[in-house]
Design a protein. Structure first.
Length: 691
């Protein structure tokens, strides 16, 4: 039996509740209940019956109805009338917009379909409105492929090299840990439901230690905070190993049976005395020793690693080193010991290739463009190694003009008059402002979807609660209509959104009817998955090194005093730009009640650094380097460590004082593994802004 969407099945006047899922790029992937009456959402709450959601949503998504009914929602297709980037549009009908887009796409594809590039990320993490019908469309077209690296690829690659897949502990078992290292994660802001479990462990007597350059709201609530220099996590992991070896806090049995390459790793770690480690990390040698003692002598010990620490040159190697720590002490033997960075590898094997239909490439192998270098790539001319110049972009579920590194180049690329850009959106974002056509997309309350999580082990359904506002269509429907206009006559282009939802997972693993009835299906993952080894590597062992895998090492930032002293002379401050708590990347920046909590774009600085520059709390400053200049308010609020400034992201450029955000300052150099951006590996200087 299929559960009907509320707006279809509800007798007029009666309240009805549907199962929904939070669509955002957040490890918590909450289960939601939406109650609708008379075409209005009357209640939107975390599902009390879903274990990890336990009835609670974050502040942002509690305001989802406000975002949905926002007066600035795009409700009709819009066609550009002003200059590129000016955000001047007139409403047009769907037929006119889609006919014109199809004609432009057809003309470019006739020459070389690789001149067309899809650009999407995790505005919704849903399988249907993400790479469902869209993937079919671009595969059939033979468009360029997109390397989706902007968030997690350094860490995911490092984790998979070590364990064989992006897998780890169950989030709920952190409640039973005795020691939790919260490493590169502001959990209260960006992993709230993990924090609930960490807090339960704390109440039961566990020790919590935050490893983060910034004194976050999470670090404040831990027993200890180690404010290391950005990009030195690999060194810290090696220094911890040194102490674990020196004091013989090792699980020799686990190491010998379940780890490949331990002798080589041991040799390398022995080069990292507490003093050397401390000097590299900007910590004291006693802090390094104390952390190692806690980690080596407390069981079960768990690490909640998160992506904040891998947005630097050496992010991939650092994840490899940290992921080996639980193997040294045998922490994996207990279900409340080990490490969690990502759980997505538990659901990946259960996904259904019938959803994206890579077979529609029919033997073609289009080039692949890295989304993190979109600024540079939009400006590249045709060449034998690059291929054709990018002539058309179709953007959905992403806001690259705000979120991609080195905005000056990104904006210059999007402003090309000869580039044909289509943006599927809810709002006129910085990216939509640069479109030739903006197409109104449905929201999570208005469409079907299926979700898996990178922070827990359930699959969730999202049933539509409301009819689409205005003329909005789902992403899948927009690509379906474009496919019809381009004459793609394979039957898969007729599949409805609900059919796509059914196809997302292999039916023998996820029973769709149960998914609709209950709201979620739990994946069969063992409680303590690596208690007896059994990593999903060829040997079943965790891998430090192997003939095909070099030993991990500490890799310094692209931009730091040791790597580039001349640059550090001019720009002595390291800038990190982690998320603001009440935004989700650049989503929600236009929701007034949330923007009011965040206030305005700001940069946090240590009191000594402010004094050295004659700067005071609350004044307006320019943050600058060779790439650009960003104006914002200075906060001397005790959250920044010396030598590091924190520019909280990711604001809309057009709401910035000088029409910029922090990405005006970041660069497009990539990480050691995974070809990801190094957002938090960035030198700047700060000065007063002349009145
Ligand atoms: N409220 C909110 N929640 C979010 C998001 C959001 O924008 N807002 N974004 C979502 C997305 S897309 C993601 S990927 C995740 C991101 O969430 P996380 O994976 O937790 O990553 P970040 O928030 O980037 O950074 C986490 C912490 O790492 C610290 N950090 C920065 N550089 C370093 C370093 O070199 N070493 C160490 N040890 N720490 C460092 C930062 O100060 C920050 O406090 O959160 C998701 N959840
Ligand atoms: N300086 C700096 N830059 C960063 C980061 C940082 O920490 N610092 N974080 C990076 C990270 S981790 C990430 S993941 C990226 C995130 O970058 P993006 O994935 O681009 O995320 P958002 O900025 O949230 O933009 C998502 C857009 O998708 C739209 N959207 C949502 N649902 C739908 C839908 O169903 N259909 C359509 N058509 N549109 C929809 C939303 O309205 C929103 O405008 O940013 C990166 N950029
Ligand atoms: S953003 Fe994260 S914490 Fe908030 S509702 Fe969504 S999944 Fe839950
Ligand atoms: Mo992300």
């Amino acid at each position: 039996m299929t559960v009907q969407p509320a707006h279809v099945a509800a007798p007029s006047g009666a309240a009805r509740t549907v199962h929904a899922a939070c669509p955002h790029d957040c490890p918590d992937t909450c289960a939601i209940r939406v109650t609708v009456q008379g075409g209005q959402v009357i209640r939107l709450q975390g599902d009390p019956d879903h274990l990890t959601t336990h009835g609670a949503l974050c502040t942002k998504v509690s305001r989802y109805a406000e975002r949905n009914s926002h007066p600035e929602r795009v409700l009709t297709p819009l066609k550009r009338v002003g200059p590129k980037g000016a955000g001047q549009f007139v409403p047009v009908g769907w037929d006119e917009a889609l006919d014109d887009i199809a004609a432009r796409v057809r003309a470019i594809a006739a020459d070389d379909p690789q001149a067309i590039l899809p650009y999407s990320y995790a505005g919704t993490m849903g399988f249907v409105q993400g790479e469902g019908m869209a993937a079919r469309f671009f595969h059939r077209l033979g468009a360029s492929q997109l390397q989706r690296t902007i968030c997690a690829e350094a860490g995911a690659t490092g984790l998979a090299q070590t364990y064989g897949a992006t897998v780890g502990m169950h989030v709920q078992h952190f409640a039973e840990s005795r020691l939790i290292l919260i490493w590169g994660s502001n959990s209260i802001a960006s992993n709230l439901h993990f924090w609930t479990y960490a807090n339960a462990a704390k109440r039961a007597g566990a020790k919590l230690i935050a490893i983060d350059p910034r004194r976050t709201e999470t670090a404040e609530k831990c027993h200890q905070h180690l404010a290391l220099r950005p990009g030195t996590d690999g060194a810290l992991a090696l220094g911890l190993m040194h102490e674990l070896i020196a004091h013989d806090w090792l699980d020799h049995d686990y190491l010998s049976r379940h780890v490949e390459g331990w002798p080589e790793l041991r040799e390398r770690a022995l080069q990292w005395s507490p003093e050397r480690t401390a000097a590299e990390c900007g910590l004291s040698a006693d802090e390094v020793r104390g952390l190692a003692r806690d980690y080596g002598t407390t069981a079960p010990a768990a690490i909640r690693l998160n992506y904040g620490m891998q947005r630097v040159h050496g992010g991939g190697n650092a994840v490899r080193l940290i992921a080996l720590l639980p193997c040294l002490i045998g922490a994996w033997r207990h279900r409340a010991g080990g490490l969690l960075l990502s759980a997505s590898g538990w659901n990946k094997p259960l996904r259904n290739p019938a959803l994206g239909r890579a077979d529609l490439l029919a033997g073609r192998q289009p080039r692949s463009i890295n989304m993190s270098t979109i600024g540079a790539d939009l400006l590249r001319e045709a060449s034998p190694d690059f291929g054709p110049r990018i002539q058309a972009l179709v953007v959905y579920n992403s806001n690259p003009v705000a979120v991609a590194p080195q905005s000056a180049q990104v904006v210059q690329g999007f402003a090309r008059e000869d580039l044909f850009t289509v943006v599927l959106e809810h709002f006129l974002t910085d990216t939509a402002d640069h479109a030739d056509y903006v197409l109104p997309a449905t929201t999570q309350l208005e469409h079907w979807d299926v979700h898996a999580s990178y922070g827990h082990t359930w699959v969730l359904i999202n049933q539509p609660a409301l009819p689409p506002r205005g003329q909005a269509l789902s992403n899948a429907e927009i690509f379906r209509r474009l496919a019809a206009r381009l004459g793609f006559d394979e039957p898969c282009f007729l599949d409805s959104d609900e059919t796509l939802a059914r196809q997302a997972f292999q039916p023998e693993h996820v029973d769709f009817d149960e998914l609709c009835r209950v709201g979620w299906v739990r994946l069969p993952v063992p409680d303590a998955p690596f208690a007896e080894g059994g990593f999903p590597t060829p040997s079943g062992k965790a891998r430090a090194c192997a003939p095909d895998l070099p030993l991990p090492d500490h890799v310094r930032n692209h931009e730091c005093a040791e790597t580039d002293p001349a640059l550090a002379e001019r720009y002595p401050l390291a800038m990190i730009s982690p998320p603001a708590r009440n935004f989700l990347n650049s989503t929600f920046v236009n929701v007034k009640s949330l923007r009011d909590i965040e206030g305005e774009p700001l940069v946090e600085m240590h009191a000594e650094d402010a004094a050295a520059r004659g700067l005071a709390e609350g004044q307006m400053v320019r943050v600058f380097n060779d790439r650009g200049e960003h104006h914002c308010r200075l906060r001397v609020n005790g959250r920044a460590r010396p030598g590091v400034v924190n520019g909280l992201g990711v604001w809309w450029r057009k709401l910035g004082v000088n029409g910029t955000n922090v990405n005006e300052l970041t660069h497009q150099r990539l990480t050691d593994l995974g070809a990801a951006p190094a957002f938090y590996d960035c030198l700047v200087e700060v000065a007063a802004l002349a009145a």
